[in-house]
Design a protein around this ligand. Structure first.
Ligand SMILES: [Zn+2]
Ligand SMILES: [Zn+2]
Ligand SMILES: [Zn+2]
Ligand SMILES: [Zn+2]
Length: 170
């Protein structure tokens, strides 16, 4: 009996980062969801775009972090404002809600059409970057936009979305 009891009494686990599992580094609780995470924002080199900081990744690249930063109400998984913010890029909404920087992921991520290069048709994975976009059209890294194409896209874009014409990328 007493032996059995002993095996049940486990060592109390040290808090560990919910993303990378580290127990060594300094940990903090996330502001958005109260999970333990590496307190490693200082490791991030400004403008390096490196994704080596757990807390930065969660804050910048998840709906949970976005939802909190934008001061939305309620649960991010049911937030219409989040969905609306990504309505032009549903693919990114799904990535934000399901990538490895999440503690909990979207249960039923919405279906989205893959993004294709406007010129060669190759599939572009938006979360991996390396593409350019113009007026709702995407170009893979192998395709350059000529001046004529640029004009054409902007012309069409203005026709389609007159009221958003001032918000053209690039
Ligand atoms: Zn971590
Ligand atoms: Zn969070
Ligand atoms: Zn939200
Ligand atoms: Zn292309």
């Amino acid at each position: 009996m007493s032996k059995q009891k002993q095996s049940i009494t486990k060592k109390i686990d040290k808090p560990r980062c919910g993303l990378c599992g580290s127990t060594r580094k300094k940990l903090v609780k996330t502001e958005c969801c109260g999970n333990w995470i590496c307190d490693d924002e200082d490791d991030y080199v400004l403008f390096s775009y490196a994704r080596n900081s757990c807390s930065r990744n969660h804050r910048r690249f998840t709906l949970c972090g976005f939802h909190h930063t934008e001061e939305h109400k309620g649960d991010w998984r049911e937030c219409k404002e989040c969905l609306d913010s990504f309505s032009h890029e549903l693919e990114m909404y799904v990535w934000y809600g399901t990538n490895e920087y999440n503690f909990t992921k979207l249960d039923n991520p919405p279906k989205y059409k893959p993004t294709h290069c406007h010129k060669c048709g190759q599939v572009i994975v938006l979360s991996e970057g390396g593409y350019s976009s113009l007026g709702g059209a995407y170009f893979c890294e192998n395709c350059e936009i000529t001046d004529e194409e640029r004009e054409e896209i902007i012309k069409n874009y203005k026709k389609r979305k007159n009221k958003y014409a001032s918000a053209i990328f690039i």
